[in-house]
Design a protein around this ligand. Structure first.
Ligand SMILES: Cc1ncc(COP(=O)(O)O)c(C=O)c1O
Length: 238
């Protein structure tokens, strides 16, 4: 089972202690493996870091980390901590897929880590992403008080719940024509039908606080101009 327990993508929910225990019990009794995708572990703001599942059940959990959030997705560098019983098979599968990631990039990143530069970079970016996150929440409170941001305590995105009945897909399309790029939560559903609770996924890592404020202000203007359609409440199709 593949999970993002520390910060579910895209809702930002943290897997509760009860569910973590149930998940690991299930893995132990059924002989299954849990793949723990800890994709944004480096960015936790105002809560204690959630311990990795892997540390609790190392024989049943594959822990996956990535430099995509903290350095650059273009590096294509990540890591796996695998249960000893799977190690050989995973190494063989990796070799069959594309041999290895470019040595020069791996060597450069290794030096970056050894010199303490990654730690420094993380401390700096944690501060700046937190400021951007705070700017987004403040702008939402000011310009869109009927919307509620959730999943805000970690990562590089928040989920913004819109008032019931609002058409998030239409709103995102209208905002895009004004240069504001947002993803409707529906984009992440397996069913093509829109969900019951309209919401937008907003990433903030690449924007300055000023641009965030400006963007949310602009979004509020679009919403208040009445140019966005609504749909009947309660039409959940799964
Ligand atoms: C849920 C999730 N898992 C993993 C990743 C990292 O993927 P990759 O290391 O392939 O860039 C991301 C990146 O955005 C993500 O959102």
């Amino acid at each position: 089972m593949l999970v993002t327990p520390a910060h579910q993508y895209p809702t930002g929910v943290v897997l509760s202690a009860r569910r973590r225990i149930d998940l690991l019990d299930w893995a132990r009794t059924s002989g299954a493996y849990v793949i723990e995708d800890d994709y944004d572990a480096e960015y936790r703001y105002d809560r204690q870091p959630v311990g990795a599942l892997q540390g609790v059940a190392p024989d049943h959990v594959v822990h996956a980390g990535s430099l995509s959030k903290s350095l650059a997705p273009g590096l294509r560098l990540g890591w796996l901590v695998v249960p000893p019983a799977l190690r050989e098979e995973v190494v063989a599968a990796r070799a069959r897929s594309d041999r290895f990631t470019t040595s020069i990039i791996q060597a450069t990143v290794a030096e970056f880590v050894q010199r303490g530069d990654l730690d420094r970079h993380l401390r700096r970016t944690r501060r700046s992403y937190r400021q951007r996150r705070d700017a987004l929440i403040a702008a939402l409170r000011q310009h869109l008080p009927a919307c509620r941001a959730t999943g805000v305590s970690a990562g590089l995105h928040v989920l913004v719940r819109l008032p019931d009945g609002m058409d998030a897909i239409h709103l995102a399309a209208t905002a895009a024509r004004h240069g504001i790029l947002l993803q409707p939560l529906d984009r992440y559903r397996s069913s093509p039908a829109p969900g019951p609770h309209p919401a937008l996924v907003m990433g903030y890592s690449r924007l300055t606080s000023h641009h965030i404020e400006e963007g949310i202000h602009h979004l509020a203007t679009i919403l208040n101009s009445g140019g966005v359609t609504t749909r009947p409440v309660g039409d959940d199709n799964g």
